[in-house]
Design a protein around this ligand. Structure first.
Ligand code: EN5
Length: 395
């Protein structure tokens, strides 16, 4: 919270009398003054934490999200965060169970709405902020008229403030007040035939399926000498490599060894990380990673056998953190694509953040139809950030 303490206390609500960045709310608020009781819910609904320690808890989060969470603009695909992904996403070092906020129907205990926060630290224009990273704001489709989203946001904010955290970071596909950065999704086809079949992509004009498959074909084997799966023993050197890389960006995570152990040591079907170690110095020189986030194929927008297409999963790898110092980033991410293919992914997705613009076109990514807006809660930035100045990737 160094940032909050050095920030000017005399600034107005807009923060625009101050020269630099800083909090929007009164920074002298304390946890002791935070309201102790939960906000009111309509009759028949109650607050309850979701318990991702248990398979049952993970499954109920999975089910709520798989049926009701984010879709693309044409309602063709819906995120289906796997149960194991949910526990990875919600149980980092120091996580607070009270920040995993659910709303249940009182009589059946069915989970019908969710918002989650996890503790993290980010650096924004050089100021380090303790934040809650907010994710999984989701209201059951049949309860969208009840205006649960604002009360979920107020309730998670209250619980976060009770732990003396006053800033938050989050992303959304939609525009809200007020983005600090705007990024775009890009997609690299791997399993072209399936992608065309489910209408994730279309064949280019005058391109046959065979030609398209050929266009996206990749080498059999990875090319970066010495690139291998990350192991727990690599945590210290990977932490050093990442933090020195992050220091070049205006909005970036700050990660200690415990965080890196949690977020980046490979987990089957969840997170994939690879490292190259310099043999002389024993330091990591190159690193790449991606996570597994499948989407349900909701419907085919046209064509025959719709019934057959139900419950098909699109297996997508999302570009996570990459650092290239002894290699070109293109070569490193080319290998990440090969490794994603070998692990059965259909598509590799990346945002145009950090240095990604350097490889998107050369590695045959195409621009997607979805944006991703970045937000900081209670932290005003003097200027909107360009995507190349953002290294933070949220799940
Ligand atoms: C959580 N904190 O719109 C918040 N996805 O482009 C998450 N498009 O997959 C918020 N519409 O472009 C997430 N295929 C916001 C994103 C929500 C999901 C979303 C977009 C991102 C997406 C695909 C499918 C579009 C289907 C029709 C897309 C084209 C790819 C093609 C590959 C080959 C070269 C040209 C482009």
């Amino acid at each position: 919270d160094a940032g909050a303490k050095t920030a000017d206390e005399g600034e107005d609500d807009e923060g625009d009398l101050d020269d630099g960045d800083g909090p929007i709310d009164d920074p002298s608020k304390t946890a002791a003054n935070v309201r102790k009781e939960g906000y009111d819910l309509p009759p028949g609904y109650e607050w309850d934490e979701v318990d991702v320690d248990t398979q049952e808890g993970r499954d109920e989060v999975f089910t709520l999200l798989a049926n009701n969470y984010v879709e693309d603009d044409d309602e063709m695909f819906r995120f289906a965060y796997a149960p194991e992904f949910v526990s990875w996403a919600l149980q980092p070092p120091g996580y607070e169970k009270s920040w995993h906020v659910g709303i249940r129907i009182s009589c059946t205990k069915t989970l019908v709405a969710l918002i989650t926060g996890i503790p993290a630290e980010v650096s924004a224009n050089g100021k380090r902020l303790k934040v809650a990273e907010i994710n999984f704001l989701c209201v059951h489709k049949k309860l969208r008229r009840k205006n649960f989203a604002p009360v979920l946001i107020r309730e998670v904010t209250r619980r976060i403030n009770l732990k003396d955290v006053w800033q938050a970071a989050y992303t959304a596909g939609v525009v809200l007040p007020k983005p600090c950065a705007k990024a775009r999704y890009w997609h690299r086809s791997i399993n072209v035939k399936k992608l065309v079949d489910i209408r994730f992509t279309q064949l280019g004009r005058g391109m046959s399926m065979a030609e398209t498959i050929e266009h996206y074909a990749m080498p059999k084997k990875i090319r970066v000498q010495g690139l291998r799966e990350m192991e727990a023993k690599d945590v210290p050197t990977v932490t050093r490599l990442l933090n020195s890389y992050f220091s070049k960006f205006k909005l970036a995570p700050v990660k200690n060894e415990e965080d890196v152990r949690h977020w980046l040591v490979p987990r089957d079907e969840v997170v994939y990380s690879y490292v190259k170690i310099d043999e002389r110095t024993n330091e990591a020189t190159d690193f790449c990673s991606f996570y597994n986030l499948s989407s349900t194929v909701i419907q085919a927008s046209s064509g025959g056998s719709n019934a057959k297409r139900n419950n098909v999963l699109l297996k997508a790898a999302y570009c996570y953190y990459n650092v290239a110092t002894s290699e070109n980033i293109e070569d490193l991410v080319q290998d990440a694509l090969i490794l994603a293919r070998d692990n059965g992914f259909d598509v590799f997705n990346a945002l145009n953040v950090s240095e990604n613009a350097q490889f998107l076109e050369t590695l045959k990514f195409g621009i997607g139809d979805g944006d991703l807006h970045y937000y900081l809660y209670n932290w005003k930035l003097k200027e909107t950030l360009a995507p190349k100045d953002v290294a933070l990737v949220l799940l």
